[in-house]
Design a protein around this ligand. Structure first.
Ligand code: FNR
Length: 180
C-alpha cells in the first residue's frame, strides 16, 4: 500500500514532520509512506489552474497515485496553516485528486490541546465537495506538548504516544480494507 503524507508545516525542524517521519519508519513493513513537502507549491490562482505550474502537477500526481493520504498538521491561529489551505485549494480543483480517496489525520502542537481546532476544521474541509474524502472515524490523534515528546534528533520518545499510534495504525489498516 502506498500512502502520501501531507505535512502542514514547512519548517525544517517541524514536529509534525518528525511525527510523519516516525510513522514512515515504524510502519515501513506495513505501508510505503512518501512525505510530500508543501514548500515548493506556488500560491493557488484560479487564472492558472488549467495550466498549472509543474510543481502542482507533480504534487497532484503523487496524491492521485496514492491509496490514502495521511494529514499531519500543526494548528496556526486556531485553524490549519495557510500552506496547507493552499495545497487543499489546488487539490480541490480541476481533476479533484482527493475525490473518494481515504484520509487519516493527526497533528502535533506545543500547546496542551494538540491541534484539536485545526483538525476540526480539516475534517469539515474533507467533507467539502472539492475534496469528498472519507476520513478514518473515531481514531483522533492530538499530540499536545509535542516539544517534550521528541528528542533533539527528532525521534518520538514518548511511549504512550508510540503505543497509541500503534493502535491507530492497526485500526486504519482494518478500515482501509473496504477501499480495495
Ligand atoms: C502557532 N502555534 C499554535 N499552537 C496551538 O496549539 N494553537 C494555535 O492556534 C497556534 N497558533 C500558531 C500560529 C503560528 C503562526 C505559529 C508559528 C505557531 C504553535 C504551534 O503549535 C507550534 O509552533 C508547532 O510546533 C508548529 O508545528 P511544527 O512547525 O513544529 O510542525
Amino acid at each position: 500500500m502506498k500512502i502520501v503524507a501531507i505535512v502542514g508545516s514547512i519548517r525544517e525542524k517541524s514536529l509534525n514532520l518528525q511525527l510523519a517521519q516516525h510513522i514512515q519508519k515504524r510502519y515501513a513493513e506495513t505501508f510505503e509512506l512518501e512525505i510530500l513537502s508543501l514548500r515548493d507549491l506556488p500560491m493557488y490562482n484560479q487564472d492558472i489552474e488549467l495550466d498549472a505550474p509543474q510543481a502542482v502537477i507533480d504534487f497532484k500526481a503523487k496524491v492521485n497515485a496514492a491509496d490514502a493520504v495521511l494529514w499531519v498538521t500543526p494548528e496556526y491561529n486556531s485553524t490549519i496553516p495557510g500552506v496547507l489551505g493552499n495545497a487543499i485549494d489546488w487539490m480541490s480543483r480541476v481533476d479533484k485528486v482527493m475525490h473518494g480517496k481515504p484520509s487519516i489525520m493527526m497533528g502535533a502542537s506545543m500547546g496542551a490541546m494538540g491541534t484539536v481546532k485545526a483538525q476540526m476544521h480539516l475534517r469539515d474541509i474533507l467533507f467539502a465537495s472539492g475534496l469528498n474524502s472519507p476520513l478514518l472515524p473515531m481514531n483522533e490523534v492530538y499530540v499536545g506538548s509535542a516539544h517534550e515528546k521528541f528528542d533533539s534528533e527528532g525521534h518520538l520518545t514518548d511511549e504512550a504516544t508510540i503505543s497509541f499510534l500503534d493502535t491507530v495504525i492497526v485500526n486504519f489498516m482494518q478500515w482501509m480494507k473496504q477501499f480495495k
